[in-house]
Write a protein that binds this ligand. Structure first.
Ligand code: SF4
Length: 419
């Protein structure tokens, strides 16, 4: 507690709230910190729950340095305020002390909303609707709730016990849950539209992108997010693994594989360390745990043995060049700098995209990259069908997905009640 008081006292309670402005959810950061200062944790929770329902989760896994903490005034000359830690502290107390999420005006009675998926966007959308009295049913394709939170984030970054308690707190708002119900297999959008006043699609985008290089079809090449999601890892003992990419999924894959006993794990990234989208603390953790980073290197080919399994990779060194009209330097291959490294597995962590087959079945308008098109109210081209989170191509962080869920929930409320 002394430590917490020290951390909250460090906050300057800035009137212009740069931290809040940099938070995707717009959390009122100085105000909730102020309440901890005066010992009113319940009020601190109330302030946070005006904008979020994932305090214990976002407090732990958000890339704080590129969001709230990156904008903290204290960070200009020294260390920023530990905003994430303080948010998680309040979220955990709320779970432990069973603080109730404030109910909003009970305007949704008798109105039914189906929420498809149970990741951060869907959970947040459901919570904001349930708090206004709407009858919410979550349909989840897996056996447990959480989506990307449970399948995409390793346990060493997000404790499952805390995650489950956070989800239960949301479900306890009176949300109905139907597990093992997959869209367009067990439940159908066309039918749901007839049965519910509105639908929210929070189904994520989890088909791994590939690079289009030779050898990607070989045995031993995996998509990073699917590897984390399915958890079906091969035996890495005595093996060498290359993780391709520079985001948090690449860090999660590299650290997970390293912990599973791999002999050597490389992260191959074609730009420089400073350009890596992964959070600095995740990069540092990976380095401290023994992962080797090959910055300004790119994979150009995966070479297999006669059994069709990965045996080596061919890489090339890159240099960063600022091209005319471009904001940041681009990596250019250095001629004749190719080299070969023996490798047993290659993990592609270069992003993910929506499931094309499923998207086409839904009949909603899609962008050229296959994401669902929504208007400013998060409504798709089908009336009363809304969408948010990764499936609309928003920035792939939990807080941005949650914001989409919250905004869509508020739009759904407005739309249904205006009829
Ligand atoms: Fe506190 Fe930093 Fe926000 Fe200022 S910017 S209110 S110091 S957390």
């Amino acid at each position: 507690m002394e430590k917490i008081q020290e951390k909250v006292s460090y906050c300057l309670n800035c009137k212009i709230k740069p931290c809040s402005k940099a938070c995707p959810l717009g959390n009122d950061i100085p105000s909730f910190i102020e309440q901890i200062k005066i010992g009113n944790n319940r009020k601190a929770y109330e302030i946070l729950s005006n904008t979020t329902v994932l305090e214990s989760i976002c407090g732990r896994i958000c890339p704080h340095m590129s969001q709230c903490m990156g904008a903290c005034v204290r960070g200009i000359k020294s260390e920023p305020v530990s905003i994430g830690e303080l948010e998680a502290y309040i979220g955990d107390i709320a779970i432990k002390e069973n603080y109730q999420m404030s109910k909003k005006q009970n305007i949704g009675k008798g109105k039914k909303v189906a929420v498809i998926g149970s990741g951060p966007a869907s959970l947040t959308c459901s919570a904001f609707l349930a708090r206004q009295g709407f009858e919410v049913t979550i349909f989840e394709k897996d056996k447990e709730l959480g989506g990307i939170l449970i399948h995409g984030i390793p346990e060493f970054r997000l404790d499952r016990n805390i995650l489950n308690k956070c989800i239960n707190k949301i479900i306890d708002l009176g949300i109905d849950v139907r597990l093992e119900k997959e869209l367009e297999k067990d439940i159908f959008l066309e039918e749901l539209i007839k049965q519910y006043d509105a639908i929210f699609l929070g189904i994520g985008a989890n088909v791994p992108c590939n690079m289009g290089i030779e050898g990607e079809e070989l045995e031993g090449v995996y998509g990073g997010n699917l590897l984390l999601e399915k958890g079906k890892h091969p035996d890495y003992k005595g093996k060498r693994i290359a993780v391709i990419g520079g985001g948090n999924v690449a860090m999660d894959c590299a650290r997970t594989i390293n912990r599973l006993g791999a002999e050597k794990v490389y992260v191959i990234y074609r730009r420089a360390r400073e350009q890596m989208p992964a959070e600095e603390k995740e990069i540092e953790n990976a380095i401290n745990e023994g992962v080797e980073f090959l910055f300004q290197n790119n994979i150009v080919k995966i070479i297999g043995n006669t059994d069709g399994k990965v045996e080596k990779i061919e890489c090339i060194k890159t240099q960063l060049v600022k091209k005319e009209g471009e904001k940041r330097e681009s990596p250019i291959d250095i001629k004749d700098s190719n080299y070969i490294i023996p490798m047993d597995y290659v993990v592609m962590a270069i992003g993910s995209r929506p499931n094309k087959e499923l998207m086409n079945k839904l009949g909603v308008q899609l962008t050229s990259k296959g994401y669902i098109v929504v208007n400013e109210n998060y409504e798709t081209t089908i009336k009363n069908v809304f969408a948010g989170g990764d499936i609309i191509g928003s920035k792939a962080t939990v807080a941005w997905a949650a914001r989409g869920g919250r905004e869509a929930g508020n739009s759904i409320a407005k739309k249904i009640l205006s009829v």
